[in-house]
Design a protein around this ligand. Structure first.
Ligand code: XMP
Length: 635
């Protein structure tokens, strides 16, 4: 099969580039960039190019500057390979830097959208009608001088060398991101490049299925497979793929009830899996064990690690009880392609979140050939296509995706008393920036997001709409969400102290009361003190209850299939014994990039009213942050 190779410069979004091209039918692989790419490596690439396998190389973006001490670079001879090259962001800067010109370190970053004027003579912009398109930018450094023979094919006011090309050698370098759906005409730009490379479009899920079943038969051979199954898409598809390859009798599926499932979910999953003919299913009630290990833990990465250690411990225990040995058994995992890089498994990628399937114990088993991972080449939406091709029972696929550690990631904990931290100064600055149209308050909890490919762990900003309620002015008007979306973007772009923007929905139900409080920590009468709370039965039950209200709302109001995923997060912010809820509905195709969903105001009002009937809830927030910069889950 002809292929496109993406050389990864530690970017979390390398997967997005890859998945975009696979959607165009182009088989795409990722290789980590090497710091010592030598003549032997180049020779290997040359061989693949000469035998018509390798048709095209992409240099990804990444978090570094070409001037960083530990950054990865390329020899100049790389650009003499007879293959088309598309270099994006860091790749664009690297191309010009390696070819002996300069990059400038900019003090002010360009982040989000920019208008670009395109050179319509370039093959890359073929059949794009307008002269100007909006593109998505995310960079600090800028090229200030071009390498010899290159031509500028795109420029903006702020970026003189926004895109360049060496058309006769089919080398294109772009400062903007053509793989992001916020870039206008992005599909056309990628298609044009595929056309320039004359690459065959040979990748399809039908072909993958054929290939993977043969591979599984070879790999598993006469052994048996032990597999944790959760009833969600990935583990269920992994089960049925292995089942198709070796038959149900040689698989031992185990469902572990961690206690972090949704309300009554464990019962529903068991019923669904049995209805879908999952044979030999064993159910383990491990609720108490999990909770005990997580007592007094608040740091998200430690939470994740404890959860996956517990899974490994349970697996070892069952193996011992059943006398399973490594000679006859393999461990099945439902790792999908992005999970392998988000954990930072490539040499230098930064860890955003640790995924269970790449913890050190598992890595050792992978190295010893004791793990089988039928989905590790696939993206989420490709897994769903396999589901359809395998004709697995529909009721299971209709559920929203749910993370393995479940609600434990959606209950924020806090162990230190951080009340002494003073945010007044930053808040004031932000409020000036907002022209006091909204009231901004930095909350003392923290959440993860991805910023220039690094993990960041910062505070959200809550914004409230002061009364008399402009919500009434905006109700039912499209521009309400549009305006909030712009506010959210400009805040995260301009203030590095906050990483998310939340709309406090308190006055969506209390339109006529403005409760002024003497307390500095109060906005609209709501206290914003941070509580010192851990994972407890009570908090899990509280979140399950609210999550269930949201689930019923989605079904009743017919949002179930319109919203891709709807995390509901419990945060320890409120007065005395109260906490608050964050609603995080998102729209996405593949969970790699996402925007927040725009629910009708009248429906939202009903939902918030219903949630606030619970006396333990102080207020409800709506997460207005996109991905990037925010991740979908908070932890
Ligand atoms: P993020 O938060 O990284 O989430 O934007 C992307 C998608 O992955 C899910 N997710 C997980 N799934 N184990 C899982 O099985 C995990 O540790 C995990 N963390 C995030 C998340 O729900 C979303 O669909």
């Amino acid at each position: 099969m002809q292929k496109l190779l993406v050389i990864d410069y530690w970017s979390q979004y390398t997967h997005l580039i890859t998945s975009r091209f696979r959607h165009l039918g182009v088989y795409t692989e990722i290789v980590p960039a090497l710091d010592d790419l030598n003549e032997k490596d180049l020779e290997k690439l040359r061989e693949e190019i000469n035998s018509w396998i390798l048709k095209w190389i992409i240099l990804s973006w990444g978090p570094n500057s070409v001037y960083d001490e530990d950054t990865l670079t390329l020899p100049k001879s790389f650009f003499e390979l007879e293959v088309p090259i598309l270099a994006i962001c860091y790749g664009h800067q690297l191309t010009h830097h390696v070819n002996w010109w300069e990059i400038e370190w900019w003090d002010s970053e360009e982040y989000w959208e920019a208008n670009l004027k395109i050179d319509k003579n370039s093959k890359l912009f073929k059949d794009i009608e307008s002269d100007e398109i909006v593109v998505w930018m995310s960079h600090w450094d800028s090229v200030i001088k071009m390498a010899e023979n290159f031509a500028v094919i795109w420029t903006t006011e702020d970026c003189e060398f926004g895109a360049t090309s060496l058309e006769e050698k089919n080398i294109y370098t772009l400062q903007f991101h053509p793989e992001v759906s916020h870039t206008q005409n992005w599909i056309k730009i990628l298609e044009n490049f595929a056309e320039i490379c004359e690459i065959k479009k040979e990748w399809s899920m039908e072909k993958f299925l054929e290939f993977e079943l043969e591979e599984l038969k070879k790999q598993i051979w006469t052994k048996n497979v032990f597999l944790f199954i959760s009833g969600w898409v990935d583990s269920t598809v992994a089960y049925f793929l292995i089942n198709k390859a070796i038959g149900a009798d040689r698989i031992y599926p185990v469902f572990v009830d961690t206690g972090f499932m949704r309300l009554d979910e464990a019962i529903k999953v068991e019923k669904s899996l049995k209805t879908a003919w999952v044979k030999n299913l064993q159910i383990i009630d491990a609720k108490k064990e999990f909770l005990k290990d997580l007592e007094w833990v608040s740091e998200p990465e430690i939470k994740r690690k404890i959860i996956w250690d517990k899974f490994i411990e349970i697996q070892a225990r069952i193996s011992k009880e059943l006398w399973l040995n490594t000679k006859d058994w393999l461990l099945g995992q439902w790792t999908i392609y992005p999970d392998t890089i988000e954990s930072g498994w490539t040499k230098n990628a930064k860890t955003i979140k640790t995924h269970h399937n790449r913890v050190p114990e598992i890595q050792k088993m992978i190295d010893a050939g004791l793990i089988v991972e039928p989905l590790n080449m696939l993206y989420k939406d490709e897994v769903r296509t396999i589901w359809r091709l395998l004709w697995i029972w529909d009721e299971l696929i209709d559920r929203h995706p749910f993370p393995g550690p479940g609600l434990s990631l959606r209950i924020l904990c806090n162990e230190e008393d951080k009340a002494e931290e003073n945010y007044n100064y930053q808040e004031e600055e932000i409020n000036w920036f907002l022209w006091f149209e909204f009231e901004g308050k930095i909350l003392e909890v923290k959440s993860v997001w991805v910023q220039w490919d690094n993990r960041s762990y910062k505070h959200p900003l809550s914004i409230s709409i002061p009364l008399p309620s402009p919500l009434l002015r905006w109700e039912g008007i499209e521009s309400f969400w549009e305006e909030l979306s712009e506010v959210s973007t400009s805040i995260t772009n301009n203030f590095s102290s906050v990483n998310r923007v939340l709309l406090n929905l308190w006055n969506i139900v209390e339109t006529s009361i403005y409760r002024v409080s003497e307390n500095k920590d109060a906005i609209n009468g709501h206290l914003y003190s941070l509580q010192k709370w851990y994972l407890t039965d009570d908090r899990i039950s509280l979140l399950q209850e609210i999550d269930d209200i949201v689930e019923k709302f989605l079904i009743e109001k017919d949002y179930r299939n319109k919203i891709w995923q709807f995390p509901v997060v419990l945060i320890p912010i409120g007065s005395e014994w109260k906490e608050s809820i964050v609603l995080r509905p998102i729209d996405t195709i593949d969970a790699m990039t996402a925007t927040f969903s725009k629910i009708e105001i009248k429906d939202l009002k009903e939902l918030v009213q219903e949630i606030l009937k619970n006396p333990k809830i102080e207020t409800v927030f709506y997460d207005l942050t996109g991905k990037p910069p925010g991740t979908i889950e908070w932890e």
